[in-house]
Ligand binder design. Structure first.
Ligand code: SF4
Length: 399
């Protein structure tokens, strides 16, 4: 999501005559687009900003823009701490980034011609901003505000532009992406319409919320092979009690029901799990372990709970660090090998592979596949899978 936002902001700078560089010494402007979901990400952005003081002093006219979620949360405080910071643009302001540049007086007016960043094989398209949930550990609703769905016409237009620029895969983005609705156009409609854009071979999306996976959604996309059969579905906990305390909006039973329904139409499911939420007991933690057994995730990313200032859970009493570490270790041992097992299960199947290099690409279920022959980058190849080695599939033959 941040990559998509950065591209959008860069387009505004490009319309004012700027080109792209990652070389700090040749840059006239530094745009720091930040994340605040975890403390660590915010610290890194702020410490980078601090180091830019010297860079700015070295040459007259250099400008620093601090944007995104951390700018929304602590921007005013940073402006005082680092007076050399020129422009703040919080996460809620991204759509108006052009106006922000205009008002600053530091930039020339925009012109229609400007460099665009090549999307590569995957074109990221933001379809909604914000979130209507209020998970008790999460800072996102505070910094991004409630859901705002972008018009489907503008989204499809962006998809077409990315496809014309060479993208073969479109990734639709939103905080609870499958809650998308624009008048009569549902999320399933949008996925199907995106898949019909000439040149688009595959459509992915992230991040979904379990409750929006309805039978109607699955029926609407079931027969569309261009919709990738992999979804990253954050479960967070296997305990219905903890899920309620997190205010996730589903129980373990509902979550499993959704997972099984997704698997029924061929989805691979990866997930996020948090250990040591303040109210999590040993029994709750054991339920997360049994969820891993039952759900059959293709991968699980596991995190120790860490409080975010300004959230409800940050007021709760923390578990001691050793409890967090012990639980994380146990869970990591449990999930180790999930990916390898998921790869192994693909042996003997036929996979549609989108080639990302001459002899390697990704399947619809997001498995890496090494092909026997060379193929053009961006082409779709049907590959018979002969064997798996760790997290790589090897094709016997391509059709
Ligand atoms: S669904 Fe919950 S965790 Fe996800 S962004 Fe919204 S509040 Fe945060």
């Amino acid at each position: 999501m941040n990559l998509a936002d950065s591209e959008e902001m860069f387009a505004q700078l490009a319309a004012r005559g700027f080109g792209y560089t990652e070389n700090l010494e040749e840059a006239d402007v530094v745009l720091i687009n930040t994340c605040t979901v975890r403390d660590h990400a915010e610290h890194r952005a702020v410490s980078f900003l601090g180091r830019l003081g010297t860079w700015k002093r070295e040459k007259q006219g250099r400008r620093i823009i601090f944007a995104g979620c951390a700018a929304q949360r602590i921007g005013n405080q940073l402006k005082k701490q680092f007076p050399f910071l020129d422009i703040l643009s919080g996460a809620k302001e991204i759509e108006h980034f052009g106006d922000t540049l205009e008002k600053s007086g530091f930039f020339p007016p925009s012109t229609p011609q400007g460099e665009t960043l090549s999307p590569g094989l995957t074109g990221y398209v933001t379809i909604m901003r914000g979130c209507n949930f209020a998970c008790t550990y999460c800072i996102v609703p505070t910094v991004r505000g409630p859901i705002k769905c972008l018009p489907h016409t503008a989204i499809l237009e962006q998809g077409r532009a990315k496809a014309n620029a060479g993208a073969k895969e479109i990734m639709l983005l939103g905080q609870t992406v499958n809650a998308y609705q624009d008048g009569a156009v549902s999320f399933a409609d949008l996925l199907n319409k995106t898949s019909e854009i000439p040149g688009v071979e595959r459509v992915r999306f992230t991040s979904p919320h379990p409750i929006y996976f309805t039978p109607q959604f699955l029926a609407a996309i079931k027969d569309n092979p261009k919709i990738a059969r992999h979804v990253h579905l954050p479960a967070q906990s296997g305990s219905s009690k903890v899920l309620a305390e997190m205010k996730r909006g589903y129980t373990r039973e509902i979550l499993l029901e959704k997972i099984f329904a997704l698997k029924e139409v061929g989805f691979q499911i990866s997930t996020d799990l948090i250990v040591g939420f303040p109210t999590e007991t040993e029994e709750d933690f054991n339920q997360t372990l049994t969820l891993v057994d039952q759900a059959g995730f293709s991968t699980a990313y596991c995190y120790k709970y860490s409080p975010r200032q300004g959230t409800v859970a940050a007021q709760m009493k923390l578990h001691p660090q050793n409890v967090l570490e012990q639980r994380l270790d146990i869970l990591l041992n449990k999930v180790r090998g999930l990916a390898e097992a998921a790869y192994q299960a693909q042996v003997g199947t036929l996979q549609e592979v989108l080639m990302e290099s001459a002899d390697k690409g990704r399947s619809s279920g997001s498995f890496w596949v090494k092909t026997k022959q060379s193929h053009p980058v961006g082409s779709i190849v049907r590959a018979e899978i002969e064997k798996a080695d760790g997290t790589l599939l090897f094709a016997r033959n391509e059709l």
